[in-house]
Design a protein around this ligand. Structure first.
Ligand code: ADP
Ligand code: MG
Length: 684
């Protein structure tokens, strides 16, 4: 199928100009065009009568323009053009906005097909911004019309024509999925799928085509990820750690005993690192489940084996906090620990860089600053990223490339359904810390309408008088960190001068200088500050066990998973803790969401619900994770198909682990093509 790889310019009817427009849509080759699927379909098989239209219908009409277009100015910059139309049952208007050329095109007596949404208003039947086609010009169009995404310079007719040309050249045997995969999953052939996704003549055929194409896309993604994983695990050059009794001594010296859940995960990790494979493991554990200590223990093991370890986190506050705890625990054991964040002075950075290269530093903790090009290690053995959901695969890979096949551990508190985990973390083994340390009291959560804000503050005061501390989170402002900082500052000023006059109160937001943030966090940790007004900079990881109240203003603006993370900042010690969600919205959806928060403390359940209510959002944007783009499949919407895909993928790879059998070669090439150089290096 060499033809498909050709530049789009070689397609019949596409000149240099149109080729450029197509490129603007991301279509570079003829094949890209073939996989450029319709945005929606207009079912024009049934022509409706004007007299029988209902409000909000989407309908096809066959009409005559019965009078001149009426032009009206509604306000500055908005002109409406009403085209009087009729059929044998009644009259109505086709309504267009700001399209003066309509006057010239839709002249009296023109015969048209119209397709669009019906609006009944002021006793009129209107059809809003319909697409239109002249009857004499095109007689065959009364079936299902494919509507493509467009850009400047291209109209839908162009797209239909171009794609028709490609479809004409396509061979009926065009296929790359393994025959057995097609059979086992009852997929239609590729030719049929492409034909019917572009030119369906029934809804049923369209469905069959879609299923096949969604299946294929997810299948390629899953197989690719598993090929990478298998290969990684077979890698010859691995770092072999040995168990060390000192690790057990360290564990026994901790002020608490590890939970069974922690022990199990730790065992799985140590098994990886001390056997003939490279660890590539994801540890999922709800907020407060005790992931940090697991990280420290494995870093210690690395150092005992003569290797350096690195821990990367998404915020400076968290880095600082981990650094302090790591120092407390590990410096007495003779380890050299350093902190590297963006705000470290140039001179100091230089020194750290040198010491890392010389091997004088055993463990380094830091932020993105760690992946800068000029940072290198003497012998990196273990790479850990905490709160992995804030990083992309690429950043993780850059960090591990600073060693020779180091062991990799990623930790996250944002739980996702297993099926999705197999995709997003498809190259990782997964461990789950599925229990919290004993004695944790469930955080009591209350949703409060804003009128009762006073009561919440009164309650918080009582807790402070009993020796506890309070977080107050300012409203989330998505557009800008500046506005967010401002709103936090305002809230802080208000509370300082009213409710919390008699207490020490601090402010923390992303726009403060790093050292200011540090000082604030340290003061809160030490208990010098009783109240901390903050933005979501405290969302991940922050650990102050004495804090027992979390108040979240405008809670309706946050995602549920995010609220759960914020709530996880309290209830980290022995005290009964409370979370007040101050809700400014009266909508049913926000009530439903706040109800979930009140009822559940289970992060898995909450993020699942969040996905259901809000959709997958950009969390599942595969691009950001460095994976092939999904054109038709949706990881969340097509979860059921994904399950089927995973079954088939493991079936296929069991039979042919590296897809080297000749019957699977076409498919393997397709996978490599989709993943690009990344997988090529690994698999060829
Ligand atoms: P997260 O999983 O959210 O990162 P942390 O590692 O910050 O949680 O742990 C939360 C708190 O629980 C910390 O104060 C930590 O010292 C404590 N902790 C961890 N493991 C245990 C345990 N087995 N028993 C009691 N407390 C523990
Ligand atoms: Mg943590």
């Amino acid at each position: 199928m060499e033809y498909l790889k050709k530049d789009i310019q070689y397609l019949k009817g596409v000149g240099p100009k149109k080729a450029q427009y197509l490129r603007n849509l991301g279509i570079v080759t003829i094949e890209d065009l073939l996989y450029f699927f319709p945005r929606e379909y207009e079912d024009r098989r049934e022509i409706k009568n004007i007299a029988r239209l209902n409000n909000e219908d989407k309908a096809t009409l066959k009409v005559i323009v019965c009078e001149k277009v009426v032009e009206k100015s509604i306000r500055k910059g908005l002109k409406v053009y009403k085209v009087p139309i009729k059929d044998h049952t009644g009259r109505g208007y086709a309504v267009f906005y700001n399209t003066p050329f309509i006057k010239k095109i839709l002249k009296k007596d023109a015969q048209l097909y119209l397709y669009g949404k019906v609006k009944k208003a002021f006793g009129e039947t209107q059809i809003l911004h319909p697409s239109y086609e002249f009857i004499e010009e095109d007689t065959k169009k009364s079936g299902i019309l494919s509507v493509y995404p467009l850009t400047q310079g291209l109209i839908n007719k162009d797209m239909v024509k171009f794609i028709d040309h490609v479809l004409e050249t396509l061979h009926i045997d065009y296929e790359y999925l393994p025959k057995e995969t097609i059979k086992r999953n009852r997929l239609c052939g590729l030719y049929e799928a492409l034909l019917n996704i572009h030119r369906p003549n029934s809804v049923k055929k369209l469905k069959i085509a879609k299923f096949r194409l969604v299946f294929e896309e997810l299948f390629i993604l899953q197989i690719g990820l598993w090929l990478i994983k298998n290969k990684l695990h077979q890698n010859k050059e691995f770092i072999l750690f040995h168990k060390d009794k000192k690790v057990d001594d360290f564990i026994h010296s901790l002020p608490y005993t590890l939970t069974d859940a922690q022990n199990k995960v730790l065992e799985e990790m140590i098994e990886d690192m001390t056997s003939r494979k490279i660890m590539n493991r994801l540890v999922q554990g709800d907020v407060g489940s005790g992931k940090t200590i697991i990280a420290f223990i494995s870093l210690y093991l690395s150092v005992l084996n003569g290797y350096q370890g690195v821990l990367m986190v998404p915020t400076e506050i968290l880095a600082q906090q981990h650094f302090v705890s790591a120092q407390e625990l590990l410096v007495p054991l003779g380890l050299n620990i350093e902190l590297l964040v963006g705000s470290v002075s140039k001179k100091r950075k230089e020194e750290i860089r040198r010491k890392l290269e010389d091997g004088e530093i055993d463990i380094i903790i830091g932020t993105h600053a760690l992946i800068e090009e000029n940072i290198s290690f003497k012998n990196l053995g273990l790479v850990i990223t905490d709160e992995q959901h804030r990083f992309g695969v690429r950043q993780r890979k850059i960090l591990s490339s600073k060693g020779i096949n180091p062991h990799v551990l990623v930790m996250t508190a944002t739980p996702i359904p297993r099926t999705l985990g197999l995709i997003l973390y498809g190259d990782l083994d997964i461990s789950i810390i599925d229990a919290l340390p004993p004695g944790r009291k469930k955080v009591k959560t209350y949703c409060v309408q804003e009128e009762r804000r006073n009561d919440v503050y009164e309650f918080a005061k009582k807790e402070i008088l009993a020796g506890r501390q309070v977080y107050i989170v300012a409203p989330l402002v998505e557009e800008s960190e500046n506005i967010e900082a401002k709103s936090a500052t305002q809230l802080y000023e208000e509370l300082k001068n009213t409710y919390f006059q008699e207490f020490s109160i601090g402010l923390l937001h992303g726009k403060m200088k790093p050292y200011e943030k540090d000082e604030m966090m340290i003061a809160f940790k030490k208990g010098d500050l009783k109240v901390l007004v903050a933005t979501t900079v405290i969302e991940v990881g922050v650990n102050v066990p004495n804090a027992s109240v979390m108040i979240i203003e405008n809670s309706e603006r946050f995602g549920l998973a995010q609220l759960h993370q914020l709530r996880g900042r309290v209830g980290r010690g022995e005290y009964q803790s409370y979370c007040a969600l101050i809700n400014y919205s009266k909508s049913k959806l926000s009530k439903e969401r706040m109800d979930i928060m009140q009822k559940s403390n289970n992060g898995f359940m909450i993020s699942q619900k969040d996905l259901e209510l809000r959709g997958p959002g950009e969390f599942f944007g595969t691009r950001q994770h460095g994976l092939p783009e999904l054109k038709i499949a949706n990881l969340f919407k097509h979860m059921e198909i994904l399950k089927q895909v995973q079954q088939e993928a493991s079936f296929l790879l069991k039979e042919d682990p590296s897809l080297s059998l000749s019957k699977n070669i076409d498919f393997k090439n397709k996978v490599i093509e989709k993943f690009g150089d990344h997988i090529k290096k690994i698999c060829l």
